[in-house]
Design a binder for this molecule. Structure first.
Ligand code: OMD
Ligand code: FE2
Length: 488
């Protein structure tokens, strides 16, 4: 098929619109030249068109079948054709994959960052990537890292390969045009992309200035959450996950560099050809993207604020059932209809650690201060919730709040069962909002015994529909409490 080409700033060409394969976790196959994919076996003695067969394993060979992930590439030259890896005397030293006292600290304080400025000096995705927080270790295959990036130019004559874990990239500003060994992906803010461990990829920035968030998981891969009583449909649908179709460049590239992140350090290997030389592939280990606007939210339709797990897009499981190493949760546009309910996120403390970002719009729990491109970290058991303005405005609004559509917003959370450590450059960053705690300091005591008796009448009205017995019982209980408190 002939492609319509659009030139980006750096002159590399991507078609105006790419074709994708749809589905999550499927076995997929794709060939850029008809007949390039062996039909009867994985590694024939001689592959069609003289291609090399190469397997990329994303799980141990012996992982249970339902978890096993691998793909077969049919490529012009195998990946091994490169000079020895050399330690890259770091362009910067802000990547961490094993969190300990030497590179990060613990801090239960609620933290918030303003959006990071995009540098003016020439910075590609690799230069602009820095770790903010995380826990565990890529060496021990258990843990996660949260990175952010600010960049302004495409990667040139180089590819990145992360041996440590899977990247879930959330662009907040600027599109990402990504070449991978399975083909190309175009990802806009409002979409996310997962590049699994070990894939070589190169990121072009067609819009120049770019910023975003990256969650990296060690030792596991992202899955769709179970839906339990929701049933067979809802939240993120398999069909909306899009994998690339095979695409290759048969290019001599003198001095081409593969930058390999390995144990949080960067290594470079020189080769003289493009690593995007896979003519055909098949398997279930693939990069994929997902458009967050496709998410089908489920929510409260009568009372109370549900837990945010209802908005889980993807989950990277830990070994404990129901406990995530890292959940990716969104707060998308939706109708909010609950009756006599405090509708914004509640005040709470959580045994999980919550890192949040904002792609666009405003977040329902924060009237101000939490900005697109900014971030917050509410670590394990650190109290947090709506800020004073949100609380006061919601309560003053009273019980007559009508159904309301939250629009033009996309906040998200990376939630982990591990306690998140924070890197020193993130703590010392000029973007750190040192006054964050102030947003809760205005929360006054509204406690009044008199009022609590009034509330009793309110409750009586409210609960009328539940039957008189319930109301009478509750009232009696209230009276007894009042007597105990000596106010009767
Ligand atoms: O803290 C946050 O803002 C995230 C969050 C949102 C919500 O609706 C309920 C609980 C929760 O942790
Ligand atoms: Fe929270």
């Amino acid at each position: 098929m002939e492609e319509k080409l659009t030139s980006n700033e750096d002159g590399s060409d991507f078609p105006a619109e790419l074709e994708y394969l749809s589905g999550f976790g499927n076995h997929l196959s794709s060939e850029a030249i008809s007949g390039a994919l062996p039909q009867e076996q994985n590694n024939p003695l001689v592959c069609p068109y003289g291609l090399y067969a190469e397997q990329l394993s994303g799980t141990s060979f012996t992982s249970p079948r339902k978890l096993n992930q691998r793909s077969w590439f049919y490529r012009i030259k195998p990946s091994v054709t490169h000079e020895p890896f050399k330690s890259l005397i770091p362009r910067h030293k802000k990547l961490v994959s094993e969190f300990n006292h030497s590179n990060s600290s613990t801090n239960p304080t609620q933290l918030r960052w303003k959006p990071a400025k995009i540098p003016e000096s020439s910075t590609d995705f690799i230069d602009g990537l820095y770790t903010v927080s995380g826990a565990g270790s890529s060496f021990l295959r258990h843990g996660f890292a949260i990175h952010m990036y600010t960049a302004n130019k495409s990667m040139e004559n180089c590819a990145f390969c992360n041996a440590d874990g899977d990247f879930l990239i959330v662009p907040q500003e600027g599109r990402l045009w990504i070449k991978t060994e399975c083909g190309r992906l175009q990802v806009s803010p409002g979409e996310i992309v997962v590049v699994p461990q070990g894939f070589r990829f190169a990121i072009d920035l067609p819009d120049g200035p770019s910023r975003g968030y990256v969650a990296e998981v060690f030792g596991t891969h992202f899955q769709l959450p179970d839906l339990g009583p929701i049933g067979a449909n809802g939240l993120a649908a398999s069909r909306d996950f899009l994998a690339p179709t095979a695409w290759f460049e048969d290019k001599v590239c003198p001095g081409y560099i593969v930058v390999q992140k390995f144990g949080g350090e960067l290594f470079t290997a020189k080769q003289d050809f493009s690593p995007f030389n896979v003519v055909a592939w098949q398997g279930n280990y693939v990069p994929y993207k997902y458009d967050l606007s496709k998410f089908c939210p489920f929510n409260t339709v009568l009372i109370d604020h549900g837990d945010p797990s209802i908005n889980t897009v993807l989950t990277a499981p830990s070994d404990k059932p129901g406990v995530a190493l890292l959940d990716f949760v969104i707060f998308p546009p939706r109708w909010v209809v609950a009756e006599h309910t405090f509708r914004p996120p509640y005040f709470h403390r959580n045994c999980m650690s919550e890192f949040m970002g904002l792609i666009f719009g405003r977040y329902e729990a924060k009237a101000d201060g939490f900005l697109p491109g900014g971030a917050s970290l509410h670590n394990c058991m650190s109290p947090h919730g709506p800020d004073t303005n949100t609380f006061e405005a919601t309560v003053t609004g009273g019980n007559d709040a009508k159904p309301f559509r939250i629009t033009d917003t996309m906040a998200f959370m990376f939630e982990s069962c591990l306690i998140a450590r924070v890197c020193p450059w993130a703590l010392e960053s000029p973007d750190m909002d040192h006054n964050y705690y102030q947003c809760w300091m205005g929360l006054k005591s509204h406690f009044s015994l008199e009022e609590s008796n009034l509330k009793c009448t309110e409750m009586q009205n409210r609960n009328y529909s539940r039957g008189n017995g319930y109301v009478v019982e509750k009232l009696a209980q209230k009276m007894e409490d009042a007597v105990d408190l000596g106010c009767k």
